[in-house]
Design a protein around this ligand. Structure first.
Ligand code: GDP
Length: 295
């Protein structure tokens, strides 16, 4: 995960690690390298620039150069800023409804169906939750079958209706089914398309309005870098979603999506997907991720 970014930041901060005293030139050089590492990771230019400017200001404010361990302090400033960039403190998901309704949104192939299963499994393992999965992709019968396969794997019921081509009424019927059968979480998987378009946006917006979820999650493939950020912005404009799910972090992703999404849409990354299996889900902790990136 983020190997290339880690290596580059390690190299950038290397100079500071061994020094008892460092100079203004060291700091400037280091920050230039840090900025380059962020840009190479596909973080957008403005964010990367703000990042290094903030670290620089804080370094000046804390008189880093005259401190006892200037190198360590600089590294701490970079780590704190990375944590902040990814969202600060961890946030859970809101399951206050009865049933709690969780709506999945995102492009086709982003990992919505897989993540719906992972989340259901994660909640089911918490014992107090009884999740119901709902298949609302009315365009691709294969997507409905895929959710049923996932449901079987984790032993969670899947609600679907292949004869119905109205996702709003399927979602409503699923919620009624959940109410009368003791399910306390309803996870609604929706149809995605390959790119943002009006039909998909209108449909997800209609479902959102009709079922008023406690938690609307936007699922995005972390391998898509800056595109991930643009897609997030488009979905957030329509849905004002509650959180981001970053999938495929097990792949060779550069890290740009993880580092940019929070500051563009101002919504937290809540979970990450780290594989195709149902247990490849982790709560996202920005500080742990920053630790990991900085090694
Ligand atoms: P959807 O179209 O948004 O429902 O996406 P899917 O859930 O069908 O996922 C698309 C592909 O990505 C499938 O082959 C999944 O197995 C794969 N996938 C989903 N999440 C992850 C992940 O975290 N890591 C990896 N490596 N593959 C994933």
């Amino acid at each position: 995960m983020f190997n290339s970014l880690s290596e580059k930041l390690d190299k950038a901060l290397h100079v500071l690690k061994g020094h008892g005293s460092i100079t203004e030139v060291n700091v400037a050089e280091t920050l230039k390298e840090v900025r380059r590492a962020l840009l190479d990771a596909d973080v957008n230019f403005k964010i990367a620039k703000e990042f290094t400017n903030t670290v620089k200001e804080k370094a000046l404010g804390q008189n880093v150069l005259t401190s006892l361990q200037p190198g360590q302090l600089m590294i701490k400033l970079v780590k704190d800023e990375l944590t902040k960039l990814m969202g600060g403190d961890a946030e859970g998901i809101n399951l206050s409804g009865n049933p709690s309704i969780v709506l999945m949104s995102g492009l086709q192939g982003s990992g919505k169906t897989t993540f719906s299963g992972k989340l259901a499994n994660y909640l089911k393992n918490k014992k107090t939750k009884k999740p119901l999965l709902v298949a609302c992709d009315v365009y691709r019968p294969a997507a409905i079958d895929q959710l049923h396969i996932v449901g079987e794997q984790i032993d969670v019921e899947v609600f679907s209706d292949k004869a119905n081509n109205d996702p709003v009424s399927i979602a409503k019927a699923a919620i009624a089914h959940a109410k009368s059968n003791g399910f306390n979480v309803v996870i609604v998987d929706t149809a995605g398309r390959l790119a943002v378009d009006e039909v998909m946006m209108t449909e997800i917006s209609n479902i959102h309005k009709a079922i008023q979820p406690q938690e609307t999650l936007f699922v995005v493939d972390s391998m898509t870098g800056q595109d991930a950020v643009n897609t997030a912005k488009a979905f957030n404009d329509i849905l004002n979603f509650d959180g981001v799910i970053l999938t495929k972090l097990d792949g060779d992703t550069r890290g740009g999506a993880a580092l940019s999404i929070k500051s563009v849409v101002n919504k937290p990354i809540k979970f990450i997907g780290t594989g195709e299996k149902m247990d490849a889900i982790d709560v996202f902790y920005p500080s742990r991720m920053a630790d990991r990136i900085l090694g």
